[in-house]
Design a protein around this ligand. Structure first.
Ligand SMILES: CC(C)(COP(=O)(O)OP(=O)(O)OC[C@H]1O[C@@H](n2cnc3c(N)ncnc32)[C@H](O)[C@@H]1OP(=O)(O)O)[C@@H](O)C(=O)NCCC(=O)NCCS
Length: 184
């Protein structure tokens, strides 16, 4: 049995005007370094190995973050290399294209224009360093992310279906007394 999710790929022409809105009060912006990776990884729920993230930075990925005196509150991670999205699909990036791997704002800081500011600042900086297109991807039911991207000037580029085979686990047979068989 299969279940399918819609995956949207959105694209932004970085040569079109970019508006970034107001700088959020009390937050400073800077590029992430090796020392930030554990905190960034924790914010995104440890989906990757920190070593892998460090290697990615060494290979040229960049991550722009916003912090206050206590902690990192938001980040946006971008890569310039082909990106493996699934076993069956690697996004190929032509020269001067980049892929927004993840944008995240701490839940206590959402709905204040922080992601718009961070993403706009990232796009401006990448344009200044010669990039022409930014691609991003998200599931079709991630309304907040879709709204953010539309507001930042992205348009839908492609719609893909990601299908998974459902694991149907057989129940262990029951004996006459109704006890479940156990496997030692
Ligand atoms: C998606 C996310 C980055 C938005 O951050 P944010 O700082 O709240 O975004 P902004 O305040 O800049 O909002 C920009 C636009 O995004 C959309 N948006 C943001 N949060 C939304 C929500 N909860 N529901 C619907 N639309 C939302 C709106 O269109 C908003 O524009 P508006 O304020 O004029 O209506 C944040 O909710 C988040 O980190 N979510 C978890 C991680 C995630 O899903 N990342 C995206 C992966 S591609």
């Amino acid at each position: 049995m299969q279940t399918c999710d819609e995956w949207l790929e959105m694209i932004r022409d970085l040569n079109e005007p970019i508006s970034i809105g107001e700088a959020p009060r009390g937050l400073r912006m800077r590029w992430a370094e090796k020392r930030d990776l554990m905190a960034i990884n924790a914010l995104q729920g440890f989906v990757k190995e920190t070593d892998f993230m460090e290697q990615s930075l060494r290979k040229g990925d960049r991550c722009l973050l916003l912090e206050d005196n206590r902690a990192i509150r938001a980040f946006a991670w971008v890569t310039f290399r082909d990106f493996k999205l699934a076993l069956w699909y690697t996004l190929k990036l032509p020269p001067a294209w980049c892929y927004l791997v993840y944008v995240f704002v701490h839940p206590h800081y959402t709905r204040r224009g922080i992601a718009s500011y961070l993403l706009g600042s990232l796009m401006k900086s990448l344009r200044e360093s010669g990039n022409s297109r930014m691609v991003s991807g998200m599931f079709g039911n991630w309304d907040a992310s879709i709204g953010l991207h539309h507001k930042a000037g992205f348009q839908i580029h492609r719609r893909l279906a990601q299908c998974r085979i459902l694991n149907i686990l057989p129940m262990p047979p029951k004996d006459e007394a109704g006890d479940e068989d156990t496997i030692d």
